[in-house]
Ligand binder design. Structure first.
Ligand SMILES: Nc1ncnc2c1ncn2[C@@H]1O[C@H](COP(=O)(O)OP(=O)(O)OP(=O)(O)O)[C@@H](O)[C@H]1O
Length: 279
């Protein structure tokens, strides 16, 4: 369980409070989409949970332990794939040899299987890779660590269209019930089908923290005529009418989540404050 309670955070030398009295609980065993507008603090939140940044006030704990302490037990069970990074000038084999030792559940078989899914050979040199290839190697390594908590910051940035679908395949294949994945992104289409829980944040507010199933049980996402707009929670113009988020009637079939519409509804303040009901 990740528990963030009443935190305040500003970067050193900056007066801007990224978080002010911000609280959020994240239960284990889920694939979270952490969404928010640019600059709302998604990356900062991941770094706070990994203990790489320290909140000024409040607490951030993982399974009850303060994240800022970065105890070895925690470090061997969490893995962060940052948005931007550099890889050392070594072969993948050397990289794995020197880094896998920090992860007691590391699986070379999983690494090779992820690399194969990404259509990458195993005998590669990290400096000779393109940005997208580096990302695939980093994500493969993340899945191979066997860590219970994996954090990915904008994982699909730099991936071409076929690789985005390979990314979903790799993650889906290697997620287990006891693993938690938090994907911070605004590329909602790239991850929509992967997520089972959605968290949308605004400066210091959690606008939504709900399972996808609770959302699709409560709302349908469909195209409606302009004359039906009054019955919708939120609408946006689209070809053929309005793309709408509408309260689902008891006998109405569920629809697929439209994450972009949900996001726009949340940040525009159109979602009821009482949603979701206590789960
Ligand atoms: N090193 C830094 N020093 C000072 N301010 C920073 C630093 N890094 C980020 N910020 C500021 O902190 C706020 C949150 O940034 P963060 O990168 O966490 O947002 P984000 O939601 O991940 O944004 P994006 O969607 O653009 O990636 C922004 O206002 C940003 O300008």
């Amino acid at each position: 369980m990740i528990s963030i309670q009443n935190i305040t955070y500003n970067y050193p030398g900056s007066k801007h409070l990224v978080f002010k009295d911000f609280s959020l609980n994240l239960a284990p065993g889920r694939i979270y989409g952490l969404l928010g507008k640019n600059g709302t603090g998604k990356s900062t939140l991941l770094y706070l949970v990994c203990g790489l940044l320290r909140q000024r006030k409040g607490t951030v704990t993982l399974n009850g332990e303060p994240c800022a302490l970065r105890k070895p037990d925690m470090l061997q069970d969490i893995y962060l794939v940052p948005e931007e990074y550099d890889l050392p000038n070594v072969s993948l084999k050397d990289y794995v040899r020197s880094n896998s030792v920090f992860y007691p559940h590391f699986s070379e078989a999983t690494l090779n299987s992820c690399l194969a899914d990404f259509e990458l050979p195993t005998d590669i040199h990290l400096k000779s890779l393109s940005m997208g290839q580096k990302k695939k190697v980093f994500m493969s390594f993340a899945m191979a660590t066997g860590c219970s908590y994996i954090f990915m910051d904008e994982p699909t940035n730099g991936l071409d269209i076929p690789s985005k679908s390979l990314f979903r395949k790799v993650v889906a294949r290697h997620m287990t019930d006891d693993r938690t994945l938090i994907v911070a992104t605004h590329q909602v289409h790239d991850v929509e089908s992967l997520l089972d829980h959605i968290v949308i944040i605004d400066q210091s507010h959690v606008l939504l923290n709900s399972s996808v199933s609770a959302i699709t049980e409560a709302y349908v996402f469909r195209t409606i005529a302009e004359s039906e707009a009054a019955q919708a929670v939120y609408t946006e113009p689209c070809a053929g009418g309005l793309s709408a988020m509408v309260h689902r009637k008891a006998d109405e079939e569920e629809t697929q989540l439209n994450l972009e519409l949900l996001f726009d509804a949340a940040v525009s303040g159109s979602l009821p404050r009482t949603f979701p009901p206590a789960q």
